[in-house]
Design a protein around this ligand. Structure first.
Ligand code: XIL
Length: 323
């Protein structure tokens, strides 16, 4: 079969996946498939603050470096890297969430985190998910260390600091549950519009697209177009389509559910292809062997394009995406 990255390139988009640093290190089959099939990689966890700075001032870049080096983004057959993620309410180190810092100190910590992380990979990370999941489903700003201590200005500030650290990177605001109309999508739209009007260097909006086999992504293409019309790139950044599974490992599903899943995957890819400024589709992992879904959504799984059988077997969704 023709690799997805080739098929995607012929259509003018990039097809990528999230990558587990530990699987990359331990599983040669995984590393081979990653290299063969995907044109872009997103570190699944390896660049998150809790991972890169587990104790204040003590850094661990091993996993992130491994992923970026394996991608060899500036090499002749390299993969693009999507950096993920600089400012999020989750995956923060304990010293940061439990420490007592003044507002000025929190500002400095966030600015230095962004400068250090973006600076380290400047010229190698093409796009950054700068701010991740800033909204609640009702459209209000999500409570977080950042909102609560720094007010809503943390969003614009974060983009400006990231831009200063690597002016060539395309900076994304990344969100879930905004794939079709609703209060969250409306709030996201208004937020991006406001940031652009203020001259904030935001270059793209990422739609995570953590979906289920019964999702109906009919409105997704229109949503992508609506954001693109603001003058930013758009991308599908964390696509997976979970279905009910009958085993604790979350790998065994029915044929009917695998077929529904294939349809949803196909609709999402088609939506991106129909919008000129949709730059990429990234799946959140590519094999059911290492998916985050069974852990995050008990009773659900089998969410990826390849099954758990040593990552070798493409599922119906893979065929639909390729087509
Ligand atoms: C998830 C990872 O897949 C898990 O390994 C980790 O335990 C928690 O985070 N939205 C995001 C991603 O932006 O960073 C999350 O990744 C999934 C939801």
């Amino acid at each position: 079969t023709v690799p997805l990255k080739k098929l995607a390139a012929a259509e003018g988009i990039t097809f990528g996946t999230a990558v587990s640093a530990s699987a990359l290190k331990q599983d040669t089959e995984y590393a081979k498939r990653l290299d063969a099939e995907f044109g872009s990689v997103t570190p699944e966890d390896a660049m998150k603050w809790a991972v890169v700075e587990p104790e204040q001032g003590e850094f661990d870049w091993q996993g992130a470096d491994d992923i970026v080096n394996a991608a060899d983004p500036n090499g002749p057959d390299g993969q693009e890297v999507r950096g993920h993620t600089l400012v999020w309410h989750s995956s923060l180190p304990g010293w940061l969430t439990t420490g007592s810092f003044s507002e000025t100190e929190v500002t400095t910590l966030l600015r230095e985190h962004i400068q250090t992380t973006v600076g380290r990979y400047a010229g190698r990370v093409k796009t950054w998910d700068v701010v991740n999941e800033p909204l609640n489903n009702d459209g209000t700003l999500r409570s977080s260390l950042w909102l609560n201590r720094l007010t809503d200005t943390y969003i614009a500030d974060s983009f400006r600091w990231a831009h200063a650290a690597d002016p060539s990177a395309v900076l994304y605001l990344n969100e879930y549950g905004a794939e079709w109309s609703g209060p969250k999508a409306t709030a996201l739209y208004n937020l991006v519009k406001k940031l652009l009007a203020e001259g904030v260097p935001i270059g793209g909006v990422g739609f995570q697209a953590h979906l289920t086999g019964s999702s109906r992504p009919d409105g997704f293409a229109a949503m992508l177009r609506r954001f693109a019309d603001l003058g930013v790139d758009v991308a599908v950044t964390e696509l997976d389509v979970r279905i009910p599974t009958s085993d604790p490992a979350g790998t065994v599903a029915t044929t009917a559910d695998l077929d529904s899943q294939a349809r949803v995957y196909g609709q999402v890819v088609a939506a991106c292809l129909s919008v000129p400024r949709c730059r990429s589709v990234t799946t959140w992992g590519f094999t059911d062997a290492y998916s985050w879904i069974p852990g995050g959504y008990p009773g659900w799984g089998a969410a990826d394009l390849f099954d758990a059988d040593r990552v070798a077997k493409p599922k119906p969704a893979h065929t639909t995406v390729a087509n």
